[in-house]
Design a protein around this ligand. Sequence first.
Ligand code: FE
Length: 333
Amino acid sequence: MQVRNRLLALLALAVAATSVQAADAVVVYSSRIDVLIKPVFDAYTAKTGVPVKFITNKEAPLIERIKAEGENTLADLLLTVDAGNLWQAEQMGILQPLKSSIIAANIPSQYRSSSDSWTGLSLRARTIAYSTERVQPQELSTYEALADASWKGRLCLRTSKKVYNQSLTATLIETHGAAKAEQVLQGWVNNLATDVFADDTALLQAIDAGQCDVGLVNTYYFGRLHKDNPALKVKLFWPNQGDRGVHVNLSGAGLTKYAPHAAAAQKLLEWMTTPEAQNLFADVNQEFPANPQVKPSSEVAAWGSFKADSIPVEVAGKRQAEAIKMMDRVGWN
Ligand code: FE
């Protein structure tokens, strides 16, 4: 009897230990690739002992998977890029609001969902890249000015299918209203030097190679290419410094609606907004920390400081459908 009781007690302990461990693990579905997230999660595990498991894929299949898994989802956090994508996830009902005084203190409200469904973790500007051989920076001023006839046959754009351009267009509509935004977009399309590009890196290489003189890119693509080729004949320009500022978007994360380990996931997400984690997360992809108390890496700081648009980035989601239709109307492929 005594032996049986002791065995039962041991069994109970083993079960308790297993459930404690399971409760402590956090599962992340991430559209950011391994090399960009593993160092952050490893640092968190080293500090807290909490294991972080993750799978990586494109955002669309991850969002679909969380939706399909429903109440049985394994995912605690969805981590992805662009407010347009996070807003879509929010609209699909797969995220839950997370009220956290730590996150609210660390991340400016313009980089968070107004319903607290997601928060930005790192920032990237979508800005003007120009040829140092064929463009003087004094010729540049605003995104809108790239619609002027003086840029005819000189502009390169990425495809309108990419959410980055949809988000930029959404903020143009929010700022100027639909009529003026459409004029700007039409001007850009009229000024194209060549077909749209599948990615920002190819676009930057086209500027370097002389195929076009200016283009719109996310800053980290410039950073990566410049690191590989310091002789790159391309530089970044910060537009709209006399008015609203540069378009800034983000990578970010939200707590899933049926997160099995919501409390542990909240702790991880809060930690990711702290100075301790912000450089780890931003520097590896040459991004800007979303926490304004944290300085960017020296590589990123070397591009110079700029005024960012203060528009809440969730506008990118709210006006995404409108933006896609407008891009289609003006013939932006
Ligand atoms: Fe990207």
